[in-house]
Design a protein around this ligand. Sequence first.
Ligand SMILES: [Zn+2]
Length: 197
Amino acid sequence: MRRIIASLMLLMLTLATAGLCAGPVAATDALIPAGLQLTVTMTVSADSTISYSWNSDGALQFVLRDQAMNNLRTGSGTIGSGLYTVDNGGVYTLVWTNLNAGPVEIEYDVEVINLGAGFFDELGDAIILGMLIVLAVIVIIVVVVVLVVVRGKKKEPQAMTGPGAGIVPPMGNNCGVCGTPIDHSMAFCAKCGAKLR
Ligand SMILES: [Zn+2]
């Protein structure tokens, strides 16, 4: 029983973790040779927000540019993130430049978020999903606790010692264990040997 509870706990923990992590985040890995750049180009519609983040094993120079080569966001270092809401739709470019003497490994994530009704719908769905997971976990815990308590109580009579221990009351004129018809004067069932009185 204890092993089953432990397994259930582990399962719930796994589900909860999966629920929390289940987002649209899908980081991409890349290697930028010394002196070179990583360029990500995307076409974005008006009023969308570009969300970007990176971490790397060497410092990088970062810039987000629009079609007219205006620098909208800049940064540098081994880690960075930001948001930029686009006024006009068009092609936007994110560039990471490696000015180090050796190659740099980068893990980056670039997403376009539409801050319209869709975004809030998704946010609402995520909150409802989170609440359902929490509710399910609570229900499972309550069921497990109730089962443990009920089983614990049922086992008590069998745990008795001394006179009367291990008696299986007959079911009418039949053995309570194997169902064989019994004589009430018998102390044990003739077939299975269950203690009758
Ligand atoms: Zn029997």
